[in-house]
Structure formats: structure tokens, C-alpha cells
Design a protein around this ligand. Structure first.
Ligand SMILES: Cc1ncc(COP(=O)(O)O)c(C=O)c1O
Length: 462
């Protein structure tokens, strides 16, 4: 037996002296300077800067150290501030921060009661996560065509609504707003939920209203690769308190978000087994700063798009991307369609030779997971478990959608002749004039200019 400093006396509970009054172990913060030095290295600070920062903070008294989770934080939470400011920016009653756009979608689907036996209509052109999150919520994705806006075609949505349809997911792709009026009308008529996927269009507006607040729920990715955001993060927006509470439950099944964490259920459907998609204070702080830049960035970006378009000449057989709300369009990608794939390739090559970073959406036949044809997880009904959930779900008592690589021919055809050019928000008016000059030069060489019309006057024939 190891020797201990045992004190033989009356038990403290009976009035004797306590055996343990102090320990020598120093109190050290769990998170100290080392974590911040790792971040400085991650962010690519120079050796000299890192040394300077280290010299400045190495002797700082960090007290208990920073608390990097949003709940029970002794300091005002950055995630709380992000939610508050995002809600104000969007004009939404509630915003919930989660750790990615994919987790925002899954959270919104589950909150809306999408699950076994339900179908959800998604566009054939969107990042795969929009559809994958339907499957992780145990529902069945139905894939609908896009139109010349590169967003979901409301006519195809109408054709694909069936007895199992529970929701429609319009995706505001590459900063372009979906045609929300007909989508909302369909949803009203058939009593469907609308979950907007705004991962690629944070700040876009439709008839003056921010995208993500028109449907019942809006989902945002605010990751490094998105127009606004850094690292990995997402948001769920809604005006509906019940949807918000259910979203909170799914994103944090540990229930730290509840006013009384372990209390009984306050309403039916509040508590169920969720997951942990909580955003950390690190992501909260970075994305709060990102969000504050959004208004100025949107102004700059929209101006660049408008400047470019103002210098462009419309041409025979060249169809501009159909932008449903020019004022609400984010405008970081400029798109137009050639009459056929071969002509699109030829135009893109000619533009590249002029120094314009243009390419066709399907260039090189790359396996691009923004195009449904490459979603074999869905087309081949892959499942994480052997019984094939959700494809074999007994609640889904009808034939699966006719999944096939060629099931949305219009989408494939549009993408094969669509040409895109990325636009930096920092382009000057002169840059826009020069860029437009290069585009006009190439279009003039292959197509007849249309006199007396401006770029967005041109519409596709029905
Ligand atoms: C349209 C769309 N939806 C959802 C997502 C998923 O977002 P995240 O990467 O933050 O999970 C993305 C990301 O690429 C996207 O483009």
C-alpha cells in the first residue's frame, strides 16, 4: 500500500477537521498562448510576426483561459452576435449558427419533419450536399430540371410534385436568385415546405427580400469557398418559432440551447435525438467579421456586374443567363449560353486566347458534383448500411424516382453550352469596359450583333 498523509480524526461530516484543505497543483488555463501561436502559424504570419506576437502575449495572465464554445460562455458570445447580426441583415426572426452548409440543410430538413416516406424536390444543378442531406434525413430526393437562370425550373417542379412530396429546395446558384413567386405558389397549393439553399448567394434578394427568408427555412454555407464566410460554417434562418426550436434541438442534442436544459418537453416535437452541429466561438468570431463585410461587398459586386453588362452588345443566338432580379443578383459570375456545345467550346477558347478566364460548365467532362449526373450515391441508391435505408424504407411505398444519368436532359444541355466568367468585386470601371470589349470582340467574330437592344433584353424562346 502506498504511504499517504492520513490524518486520524473525527469525520468532517461529524464535526472533525476536513482531511483535504488544499492541493499544490497550480491552476492553469486549458487554452493558453500555444493555441494562439498555432493559429498565427495557420494564418501564415511571418516568423518575425509570430515572434513579436509571442513576446507580447507570453506573459499575459489568461486567467481561466478563453472559453471557445458558445454556450455557458462567461464572455459575450461571438456566435450569439453572429446570429443576431445575420438575423438583422437577412430580415429574419431567427437565425441558428451551425458548423456547415450541409449541416444547416440537414438541420432544416429534420426541423421541417422531412424523414422516412417523404420526397424532396431538388434541382439537377446544385452542389451534391443539397440532395445528400435529404438522404441523411432519410428522405428521397427527386431531381428537377433547371432553366436558363441555372436555377430550378418551377414548371418541372410542378410536374414532379406527387403524393409523397413534402418539400421543395430552390437553390440560388452562383449568386442568382430563383424564381420564388411560382415556387411559393406551388408550395401553398400543395401544402409543401420550402427550404431555400442560399449557400452560394448570401445577400441575394428577390423583389427586395433577402433570399433565405422567402421560404419557410433558409440555409447558408459561410465557408471559405463561399461568397461570404471563412473556415467551415453555416446558418439556418426562419421566422417560425417551432421550426427554430426543432432546428436548435437537432443541432445540439445535448440541449445547451434550452432555457432550462434538462426540463421536460415544452411542446410536442421539441425533443428528439439530434446531433452536435454547434458552431464554436472561433468560427463565430471569424464569420461575424465576414458578415460585417457583406453589405459593402454586395454593393461593389453588383456594381461590377452592372458595369460589365452595360458595355456588352447582345448578339444573335447568344442567350444571357436569365436573371430574375437584376438588383438582387449577387453577380460574381457572368454567364451566357451559346446555341450548342461545340460553339460554346469555340467561344470559350477564343475568350481564353483574349485573356478572359472563361470556361464551359461541363468543360473536359470533369466529374463535377454540382451536376446530378455524377451523383452516383443517389443514382445507384448507395447506403451506409446494408438494408439500404432510406431507399428501401417501408414508409416509402411506391417506386423510386427514375434515377438515371440522362433523367434531366435539359439541364445537361444547358450546362454543355453555358459559358461562365468569374467577376472580382474589385474590378474597376475601366477593367469592366476592357473585359466587355474582349467579350464583344469574340462574339462579333462569330455572331451578328443585335442593334438597339441591351444585354438583358434578350430572352430565350419558349
Ligand atoms: C449549393 C450548395 N449547397 C450546400 C453546400 C454545402 O455547404 P458546406 O460546404 O458549407 O457544407 C454547398 C457548398 O459547396 C453549396 O454550394
Amino acid at each position: 500500500m502506498p504511504k499517504t498523509d492520513e490524518v486520524q480524526s473525527e469525520l468532517a461530516i461529524n464535526g472533525g477537521p476536513p482531511a483535504l484543505t488544499s492541493l499544490e497543483a497550480p491552476s492553469q488555463p486549458k487554452v493558453g498562448t500555444e493555441e494562439f501561436m498555432e493559429l498565427a502559424e495557420l494564418w501564415g504570419f511571418s516568423e518575425e510576426a509570430i515572434q513579436e506576437i509571442y513576446e507580447t502575449i507570453k506573459d499575459e495572465d489568461l486567467g481561466g483561459g478563453p472559453h471557445l464554445t458558445r454556450y455557458y460562455n462567461p464572455r459575450p458570445s461571438k456566435v450569439d452576435a453572429l446570429e443576431r447580426e445575420a438575423a438583422e441583415f437577412l430580415g429574419s426572426k431567427y437565425v441558428l449558427a451551425v458548423h456547415s452548409g450541409t449541416s444547416a440543410l440537414e438541420t432544416a430538413y429534420v426541423a421541417a419533419g422531412i424523414g422516412p416516406g417523404c420526397e424532396v424536390i431538388v434541382p439537377a444543378y446544385t452542389f451534391f450536399a443539397t440532395a445528400a442531406a435529404v438522404v441523411s434525413a432519410k428522405a428521397i430526393p427527386v431531381i428537377a430540371e433547371i432553366d436558363e437562370s441555372l436555377t430550378i425550373d418551377p414548371r418541372d417542379v410542378a410536374a414532379k410534385i406527387g403524393p409523397k412530396t413534402k418539400a421543395i429546395v430552390p437553390v440560388h446558384m452562383i449568386g442568382t436568385v430563383c424564381d420564388m413567386d411560382p415556387i411559393m405558389k406551388l408550395a401553398d397549393k400543395h401544402n409543401l415546405i420550402v427550404v431555400e439553399d442560399v449557400a452560394q448567394a448570401c445577400g441575394a434578394q428577390y423583389h427586395g427580400q433577402r433570399c433565405g427568408t422567402i421560404g419557410h427555412l433558409g440555409c447558408f454555407s459561410i465557408s471559405t469557398y463561399k461568397y461570404i464566410g471563412a473556415g467551415e460554417a453555416g446558418l439556418v434562418a426562419t421566422d417560425d418559432e417551432k421550426l427554430y426550436i426543432r432546428a436548435q434541438n437537432h443541432h445540439d442534442t445535448a440541449a445547451c440551447w434550452r432555457p432550462d436544459r434538462y426540463a421536460q418537453e415544452r411542446m410536442p416535437g421539441e425533443l428528439f435525438c439530434g446531433t452536435n452541429y454547434r458552431m464554436s466561438e472561433l468560427e463565430g468570431a471569424v464569420n461575424l467579421a465576414q458578415f460585417r463585410k457583406a453589405p459593402a461587398r454586395l454593393v461593389r459586386q453588383r456594381q461590377v456586374y452592372k458595369n460589365l453588362v452595360s458595355y456588352l452588345r447582345p448578339h444573335q443566338d447568344i442567350i444571357p443567363q436569365q436573371v430574375r432580379d437584376l438588383d438582387g443578383h449577387v453577380g460574381y459570375t457572368f454567364v451566357f449560353f451559346a446555341p450548342a456545345a461545340a460553339q460554346a467550346t469555340r467561344l470559350a477558347e477564343a475568350l481564353q486566347a483574349e485573356g478572359v478566364g472563361a470556361n464551359v460548365f461541363t468543360a473536359g467532362g470533369a466529374r463535377d458534383w454540382h451536376i446530378y449526373k455524377y451523383w452516383e450515391h443517389i443514382l445507384e441508391q448507395k447506403s451506409a448500411t446494408e438494408e439500404g435505408c432510406p431507399w428501401t424504407c417501408p414508409f416509402y411505398d411506391q417506386a423510386l424516382p427514375p434515377y438515371a444519368e440522362d433523367m434531366c436532359p435539359r439541364t445537361l444541355e444547358l450546362l454543355s453550352r453555358g459559358i461562365r466568367i468569374s467577376l472580382s468585386e474589385w474590378l474597376t470601371e475601366n477593367d469592366c469596359r476592357q473585359l466587355a470589349g474582349a467579350i464583344n470582340k469574340v462574339l462579333d467574330a462569330f455572331h451578328e450583333p443585335i442593334a438597339g437592344a441591351s444585354w438583358h433584353d434578350i430572352r430565350p424562346s419558349e
